[in-house]
Write a protein of this length. Structure first.
Length: 291
């Protein structure tokens, strides 16, 4: 029986050979279009983002959150669980020299009555996909809400380091210490050489200076953190095409933010790019290396 099946498959592949663009084969299969997602979502001050709605979408295009497949409500602890999804096919397309990638899914979050893209992960070409664990922060920039997540597919939120504000006075925003939190986002941007009416998606990295509130205080009981400042790290997006990874490390007693990605090279080729910023007290970030 196994030999007969292989013989039939061989005949089908031979029949498909002239059709270099692709050939449908009567082979049923099931793909995991999204992985199960276990998540935790907090506001920028560290309180649980309870009551917000999260959704899974497997759509594509400029509005991937427009047709969600699954929905859930974040509980009082800021956690949620969404099961995986799958799709069954009765036909398998054979396309020569094509390595198929796992399907993508989108995690979307409703903030201020708008379903916003927060994270993109991967399902599986098989029937099941490993569970993805994500941690997300809902934050604001100029009164505009944002959602950034870190998971198996991408780490768009990185926290670490230590800053000290030596300015005295005891007033709001004076003195204190805390840690850095970096967000990696993509935003439509006007780029030299492209139609000005068709912005291109480019990477942005924002730094927050986060100050823990005193344990046991009324403020600390209400919200464990206070955001002292938020700054966009400046670099030339006409040169640097994309940022794929961010990190925080210490060098000679000073805290640095490293951005790794790709820049335009000769003849429209791409080359690796690394940018380094020195991080100081609230609001201070200075580029020390990069294109």
């Amino acid at each position: 029986m196994l030999g007969d099946s292989r013989a039939r498959l061989t005949l089908l592949l031979v029949a498909c050979a002239p059709a270099l663009a692709g050939c449908p084969l009567p082979i049923a299969r099931t793909e995991a279009t999204s992985a199960p997602v276990l998540g935790r979502m907090v506001w920028a001050d560290g309180t649980p983002a309870s009551g917000l709605e999260v959704a899974i979408s497997t759509g594509y295009g400029k509005t991937p959150c427009s047709s969600p497949m699954l929905r859930a409500t974040i509980n009082e602890f800021g956690t949620f669980l969404l099961p995986g999804t799958e799709k069954h096919y009765t036909t398998t397309w054979f396309i020569p020299n094509l390595d198929r990638g796992a399907p993508r899914y989108h995690l979307c979050v409703t903030v201020r009555d708008t379903l916003r893209l927060a994270y993109t992960g991967y399902g599986s070409l098989s029937e099941t996909a490993d569970r993805d664990s994500v941690t997300c922060v809902v934050w604001e920039l100029k009164d505009s809400p944002r959602v950034s997540c870190a998971g198996r597919a991408k780490h768009a939120v990185v926290a670490g380091g230590h800053w000290v504000d030596t300015v005295g006075g005891g007033g709001e925003g004076k003195g204190g210490e805390g840690f850095y939190r970096l967000f990696l986002t993509e935003e439509p941007t006007r780029v030299k050489g492209y139609d000005k009416d068709k912005p291109q998606d480019r990477s942005f990295v924002y730094v927050q200076w986060v100050e823990p509130r005193a344990a046991g205080s009324a403020e600390g009981a209400a919200a464990p953190y206070r955001v002292r400042a938020t700054v966009s790290l400046p670099y030339d997006r006409n040169k640097v095409w994309t940022i794929q990874d961010v990190r925080v490390w210490r060098r000679e007693g000073r805290w640095m933010a490293g951005l790794e990605g790709y820049k335009h090279a000769f003849m429209n080729d791409m080359a690796r790019a690394e940018l380094v910023f020195e991080l100081g007290p609230p609001g201070q970030a200075t580029m020390v290396a990069g294109p």
